[in-house]
Design a protein around this ligand. Structure first.
Ligand code: ADP
Length: 586
């Protein structure tokens, strides 16, 4: 929590200081209030008092009450302002940090947990901070001030107040002992709940089509029940505190009156006036002390949950991305669009064996290099190493003669146009999805967008949309077919005019005709760019300059289609399973 407080800016520290000053002022005013009450009691009881004096004391009491109210309003305003600013800063810091995470860190935290951390956890910290500013600064001063005032008026009252306070603290300690462990688990239970909701929402159609609602509902119910039980247990413990607090504070008032009554009887008239007015004042102080403690019991129980949340937020903020940024922004001069793998092996973090083993090849400027192999042979993993989503365990991955680790990420990605397996579209328009991000060479023009869409064979369907290039795209592109999404995703990569185009099984949703037309258009329009293509269909990569055949993470052969048919058994088997006799010999 302290670490999070360090994020406050000087202006916000000034606001915290102002809250402190106001809190002290309010306590001073609140403790003045019973003094005027005592004056009124004394004046009323004293024969010959002037009504004007009683009115005057009444006016002072009203001023005290109004000033105290004004302090409360300003304190609340400043507290909510400061805590909202802190929460906004935390959210944006988490957002930026998560943006810098590689696949490894994202996988380690899990998406559901990262969402909880940037929303619910921040809210927990914000709520505690706000309540803390409003109460925690003021309450101890009020409690100590009240006790000191009471202590000066006789040991019986002091003893009664100390006993009531002791009882209250004991109740709070017991409740904390029950809720602390539960609160520490609470946020991971929210994670589970988020995970269950996310999974059910993203997979809702599959769930429906497989009549798996019961199974998924079971998963959700377990997560929901786990959270509800924890919530109920903490609420029960907190609820039990309420009556105990009332017993203590009402008991104290009763004790003050009993002690006062015995003092009045002992003193007898006319000297009974002093103990009587003292009694009235004491009960007022006691009420203030008890209210103060009650407030503490409202804020303190939030502490464990807020502190767990703060820890979870810090975990994200303190995570240094495993893949550090390099310094270089350019490759070796004169080398453009070259991708070189030098004895590269790769193992996923925590995995038992290498997924890629001793991979070496070169893709030169303008060449088309294709990767084929059975599912799970490591094609996507290999592509991810060029994109530096992961780092090679052994060997070097070079782009334009420089190890990808030495590039600063922006410069590396300025060289690359990447089309993933699963097309990702973003909320906006067709144009904003194609002219997405920047390539370090200024904004994309409308002509760039139209040209890219045309090359990606998307012109016809885009121009038929209502609004054309300005047609709305919903989150994830829900209103587009798989093939349309893929073509927009390809257009986005072409629009970057990159040195290297990477297609990770990006033509799989296209029909054969569109696939062929797109490859022809690419050959003409993106001739200068090196193309790395992962494909399942041999027909789609037959004309590549080089085909690399992967088998269980190793290169089983590399060469042209014709060469591989002669030399590589794995390739021949794949080709024979897809092409007719005539296609094979042609
Ligand atoms: P392909 O693209 O050829 O189908 P992949 O590169 O996706 O193959 O996967 C190669 C192997 O790596 C598979 O055995 C897969 O189970 C494993 N793998 C893929 N992603 C991960 C990951 N994030 N963590 C651990 N293993 C993974």
């Amino acid at each position: 929590m302290l670490k999070i407080l360090k994020l406050l800016k000087p202006k916000e520290w000034r606001q915290v200081f102002a809250v402190f000053i106001l809190a002290v002022t309010q306590v001073w005013i609140d403790l003045k209030f019973p003094d005027y009450l005592a004056t009124i009691t004394r004046l009323v009881q004293t024969p010959g008092s002037r009504i004007g004096d009683i009115w005057m004391a009444g006016v002072y009491m009203l001023i005290c009450a109004l000033s105290s109210l004004a302090c409360v309003i300003v304190i609340s305003f400043l507290a909510s302002r400061t805590s909202a600013a802190l929460a906004a800063r935390l959210r944006s810091m988490i957002f930026t940090k998560v943006g810098s995470f590689s696949m490894e860190e994202t996988g380690r935290f899990s998406t559901a947990s990262l969402i909880t951390r940037s929303t619910n956890d921040v809210t927990q910290v914000q709520t505690f901070f706000m309540a803390g500013l409003q109460m925690l600064l003021k309450v101890p001063i009020l409690a100590i001030g009240g006790i000191l005032k009471i202590a000066g008026k006789g040991y019986e009252w002091t003893l009664a107040t100390a006993s009531a306070l002791g009882f209250m603290l004991l109740v709070v300690a017991c409740a904390m002992w029950v809720v602390l462990p539960i609160f520490s688990r609470m946020q991971s239970l929210v994670d589970n709940l988020n995970l269950a909701v996310r999974e059910s929402l993203t997979g809702r159609f599959v769930i429906r089509a497989y009549n798996a609602e019961g199974f998924q509902t079971g998963k959700f119910s377990r997560a929901n029940e786990g959270f509800t039980q924890a919530d109920q247990r903490t609420n029960r413990a907190m609820a039990a505190m309420g009556p105990a607090m009332s017993i203590a504070s009402n008991g104290l008032v009763l004790a003050i009156y009993i002690i006062g009554a015995s003092m009045i009887i002992k003193a007898g008239p006319p000297s009974a006036l002093l103990p009587f007015s003292n009694m009235v004042v004491m009960s007022s102080y006691a009420a203030q002390v008890m209210t103060a403690v009650k407030f503490i019991t409202k804020v303190l129980p939030r502490w464990p949950r807020a502190s767990v949340s703060a820890k979870r937020i810090n975990e994200v903020l303190d995570t240094d991305p495993a893949l550090s940024d390099g310094l270089l922004s350019e490759g070796i001069s004169g080398v453009r669009g070259e991708v070189l793998f030098q004895n590269v092996s790769f193992r996923y973090p925590g995995a038992a064996a290498n997924v890629l083993e001793d991979i070496s090849f070169t893709a030169r400027q303008g060449e088309t290099v294709a990767f084929v192999g059975s599912t799970g042979s490591g094609k996507t993993t290999l592509i991810n190493l060029v994109l530096r989503f992961y780092e090679a365990t052994q060997g070097q991955v070079m782009v334009d003669g420089v190890d990808v680790r030495n590039y600063n990420r922006k410069s590396l990605y300025n060289k690359i146009g990447y089309v993933p397996q699963k097309a990702a579209l973003f909320k906006g328009t067709v144009a904003s999805n194609v002219a997405f991000g920047d390539n370090g060479r200024g904004r994309y023009s409308a002509v760039d967008v139209e040209k890219a869409v045309k090359t990606a064979q998307g012109k016809d369907f885009v121009e038929e949309l209502e609004g054309g290039y300005q047609a709305a795209v919903s989150q994830g592109g829900a209103t587009f077919s798989g093939g349309q999404k893929q073509r927009l995703s390809i257009a986005r990569a072409i629009c970057r005019k990159p040195e290297i185009l990477i297609f990770d099984d990006a033509f799989s949703a296209l029909d054969y005709k569109t696939d062929r037309e797109l490859r022809n258009a690419l050959r003409n329009e993106a001739a200068g760019a090196t193309r790395l293509i992962v494909a399942q269909r041999i027909g789609a990569i037959m004309d590549a300059d080089r085909i690399i055949v992967l088998d269980e993470g190793r290169i089983a052969g590399q060469g042209t289609h014709k060469e591989l048919l002669q030399t590589c058994r794995v390739y021949r088997e794949i080709a024979m399973s897809q092409l007719s006799e005539e296609e094979l010999v042609s």
